[in-house]
Design a binder for this molecule. Structure first.
Ligand SMILES: [Zn+2]
Length: 386
């Protein structure tokens, strides 16, 4: 094909480092889905063509029967090693799950950001970004909690803006089980902080109070509500199992809704009801941490399989784990797509047919007829190894 021939021309004369042959390239960002070979060199995708058989390459990967996709982007993970054991080693899980970009959803406060950069983000084979938690967890018990959180605004704001290359915004857990009776006060402080410094807020929702309306009212375009398919008292559904009007209004003005599966926050029934009411999440993420990697989360391909079991197509899910979260991160041109010149972050995925038990956060079981599996993870032009 003419287009593919032109694509290859740009790669000619380059010795490829990795050649992926015989796969189906699937790039939802530009609606590209067809059999093609992919050439990688110098950390970039340098060729996409019908047949690169004669290309000179150091390594050739046969992807027959598999999908060659942009590296997966997980908008809600926990990589920072805090005292509660949230820290996930990204590389070994990335090697088996196709996730080349990880976003830590607030496992650290502003005073740990240097450690996050030096010991988490920099040494990793994969790309790691983070939302900073609204406040560090070191309050003097004699100090009023609201005053304490308010006193952390400036340092938190300056830390995020001063580390824009890896820090994306502020995270807050909103729910009576997380911040007790201070949740709404803290949310108002987070709102003020994000407005002042002009970066997004990621809000976890779990248990009321506050109410869904109170939370939605404080969310602005570009903010992210995570744990959208939870079955708790602070969720996106009303008492009749329909999407709450305040949630619809939030979405209409540009608030984004993320899955954030986790140990407690993904429920098949809640997701089914929301989907039946036409409410499809903007991004699919895992909320992965060591306590859930042996179930119910396991990894990103398992979370994708759950969304497919609920009726979404592979392409629709893939979009929500590639270009959609990459646009939210918005730090690297070409992230989340697989195009000439884009960073060589690639996942090679398969879809298997059979009978696969899947379990949600409340341990409800379903049997899926298909599952997504990851075969190879390439980030920055190199295979990610465990
Ligand atoms: Zn989380």
């Amino acid at each position: 094909m003419a287009a593919a021939g032109a694509a290859w021309a740009q790669g000619q004369g380059t010795r490829l480092e990795i050649l992926i042959r015989n796969g189906t390239v699937c790039d939802p960002a530009r609606g590209f889905k067809r059999k093609a070979d992919v050439g990688i060199s110098g950390g970039r995708v340098v060729a996409i063509a019908d047949d690169l058989q004669r290309a000179d390459s150091r390594e050739t990967i046969d992807a027959k029967g598999l999908y060659v996709t942009p590296g997966l982007v997980d908008l809600h993970t926990h990589c920072y090693h805090d005292a509660t054991g949230l820290g996930t080693e990204a590389d070994p899980i990335a090697a088996r799950s196709g996730v080349t970009t990880w976003v830590d959803a607030g496992s650290f406060g502003w005073n740990q950001a240097r450690g996050f950069r030096r010991f988490i983000s920099e040494p990793a084979q994969v790309r790691i970004y983070g939302f900073v938690y609204l406040y560090p967890d070191n309050r003097n018990p004699d100090m009023d909690p609201v005053k304490y959180v308010r006193s952390m605004m400036r340092q938190t704001g300056e830390t995020v803006t001063g580390n824009r290359d890896i820090l994306l915004g502020v995270k807050l857990q909103v729910g009576s089980n997380m911040n007790g009776r201070y949740s709404l006060d803290f949310l108002k402080i987070a709102r003020e902080l994000c407005d002042t410094y002009k970066f997004p807020l990621m809000a976890h929702i779990s248990f009321a109070p506050p109410t869904t309306e109170q939370v939605m009212e404080l969310m602005r375009p570009g903010d992210i509500v995570t744990h959208c398919y939870n079955t708790h008292t602070l969720g996106i559904l009303d008492g009749n199992g329909k999407v709450h009007p305040s949630v619809r209004a939030a979405r209409e003005r540009g608030v984004l809704f993320d899955v954030g599966h986790g140990l407690g926050s993904f429920n098949f029934e809640a997701a089914r009801k929301a989907l039946a009411d036409g409410f499809v999440c903007d991004t699919v993420s895992t909320d992965i941490y060591p306590l859930n990697t042996a179930g119910p989360v396991f990894d990103m391909p398992t979370t994708m399989s759950k969304m497919m079991h609920l009726g979404m197509s592979f392409d629709d899910v893939l979009k929500r784990v590639t270009i959609a979260p990459a646009k939210i991160i918005n730090r690297l041109d070409g992230m989340g797509t697989l195009n000439l010149g884009s960073p060589a972050d690639v996942a090679i995925l398969g879809i298997e047919d059979g009978e696969f038990p899947l379990v949600d956060s409340q341990r409800n079981r379903v049997t899926a007829k298909q599952r997504v599996v990851s075969k190879v993870t390439i980030c920055k032009g190199r295979r990610v190894t465990a």
